[in-house]
Design a protein around this ligand. Structure first.
Ligand code: IFM
Length: 449
């Protein structure tokens, strides 16, 4: 029952979700500033303008990470801080912020795990076509080169993209995420250009990885195959096997003619990666049929059929307990995803780059007693152990999230943090789960009840 030596014990955040300081030091607008500023798009009109004020409080936050005993911190770099208009020379003040953050982490013995893109596309690039436009992939490669040139001496754990499925299909098909378009064809083009951008960037960042949100898919076989195809294999296969799966191309034939895929693209996308990051929260249960309007409108990201263009699928449930997101709790699904990767894909080191749960936490005089989150984390860490025992090359685990933050279209209404954030005062209150996780780290994986 142990984790391998050097196993990374981490926690994760993302720039727009925690930094705030949206107009500071020359940062330009991103698609999430525009989207959250559009009435009706985000719960209660919340925006990331202030978020958890990590931009100003990062030193305090890094000290808190050190108290927890984290050995890795996964964060993202805001492209609009580095290139406020999406192109051209770097904004030095933006680079300096990440240099300070990285230095603070290194001083505390915490390895920096920056992700180059966690959904905050500079608005000007969306104005010139966004991810459905091929040029955006090349602009991303330019941005990667600027960041690598400035910070590459201190960072060896780059991730290119976080969850490109969400950027493509929630951003351009279902429209639940920025930029909020509802155009299935554009979403498929976006997915390809995100992958192309990943490959172009990976070629400049030796050892870089990619993070995907992967799901086991249960249910009626044809529906399960289709959803697995668009959700998982559309990304895994070109990156790890050099080509798009034939059945997925056939499923999408009514949506796109694939003329946007050019000779040589798949070789770029297949640039060897140093690791694969797996974000896991839940499993899907699907059946064939016209999407159920009530489910499609439920606002649960990643489960609305609207995010699967052209596919006659419905999303259901297995009646398992759910988190505050309405996502079924299925730790076995994490072991399933990890062992599938191990068995079906070429060997690549794996990291769980996100896993965690939102619950409706309350602050009592004695603290935040989130036993439900502790149970969630314990179940999923046990699944990691199971996978390792089955021979999976799993090298680290990052809890989502270090602290409460802006949960996209749900605004601040969902709390995923190990640390509670009182947004009015920006006070940080470590929840019981933070103390529990610190004890797990200290004992290198022993989970007390
Ligand atoms: O908050 C998000 C994160 O930005 C990406 N992965 C899923 C998390 C929970 O929804």
């Amino acid at each position: 029952m142990s984790f391998p030596d050097g196993f990374v014990w981490g926690a994760a955040t993302a720039a727009y979700q925690v930094e705030g300081a949206a107009r500071t030091d020359g940062r330009g607008p991103s698609i999430w500033d525009t989207f959250s500023g559009t009435p009706g798009k985000v719960h209660a009109g919340h925006t990331g303008e202030f978020a958890a004020d990590h931009y100003r409080r990062f030193r305090e936050d890094v000290a808190m990470m050190a108290d927890l005993g984290l050995t890795g911190y996964r964060f993202s770099i805001a492209w609009p801080r580095i290139q406020p208009g999406g192109t051209g020379p770097a904004n030095q003040a933006g680079l300096d912020f990440y240099a300070r953050l990285i230095d603070a982490l290194l001083e505390h013995g915490i390895e920096p795990w920056p992700t180059l893109y966690h959904w905050d596309l500079p608005q000007s690039l969306e104005d010139s076509g966004g991810w459905p436009a091929r040029d955006t992939a090349y602009r991303f490669a330019d941005y990667a080169a600027l960041v690598a040139g400035a910070l590459g001496d201190r960072v060896s754990r780059w991730t290119t993209l976080n969850e490109p499925w969400c950027s493509a299909f929630l951003g351009y098909a279902s429209g639940e995420h920025a930029p909020g378009r509802a155009d299935g064809e554009a979403a498929v083009r976006a997915a390809h250009h995100l992958l192309l951008g990943h490959g172009l960037a990976a070629a400049q960042l030796p050892g870089a990885g990619l993070t995907l949100n992967l799901y086991p898919v249960h249910g009626e076989p044809d529906a399960a195959r289709r959803v697995d195809g668009l959700q998982n294999r559309l990304f895994l296969d070109p990156v790890l096997r050099g080509g798009y799966p034939a059945d997925v191309l056939a499923d999408l034939a009514a949506v796109t003619d694939f003329r946007h895929v050019r000779d040589g693209d798949l070789a770029v996308i297949g640039t060897p990666i140093g690791f694969l990051g797996v974000n896991y929260y839940t499993a899907h249960t699907v059946s064939s049929g016209t999407p159920d309007a009530a489910i499609a409108a439920s606002g649960v990201p990643s489960s609305g059929a609207a995010a699967f263009p052209g596919q006659p699928v419905r999303f259901g449930s297995r009646g398992l307990p759910v988190t505050d997101m309405g996502w079924e709790i299925d730790p076995g699904g994490l072991a399933e995803v990890l062992t599938r990767l191990h068995k079906e894909y070429p060997a690549v080191p794996l990291y769980v780059t996100e896993n965690g749960a939102a619950f409706a936490d309350e602050v009592a005089a004695s603290g935040v007693h989130d036993d439900d989150r502790i149970a969630y984390l314990a179940g999923h860490l046990s699944a990691c152990q199971q996978a390792i025992e089955a021979g999976v090359d799993l090298r680290g685990y990052f809890a989502w999230s270090l602290m409460d933050n802006f949960e996209w279209s749900f605004g601040y209404s969902k709390r995923f943090g190990l640390v509670y954030v009182d947004y009015a005062s920006q006070r940080r209150i470590p929840k019981d789960s933070a103390r529990w996780y610190a004890a797990v780290i200290r004992s290198r994986g022993v989970m007390a009840g």
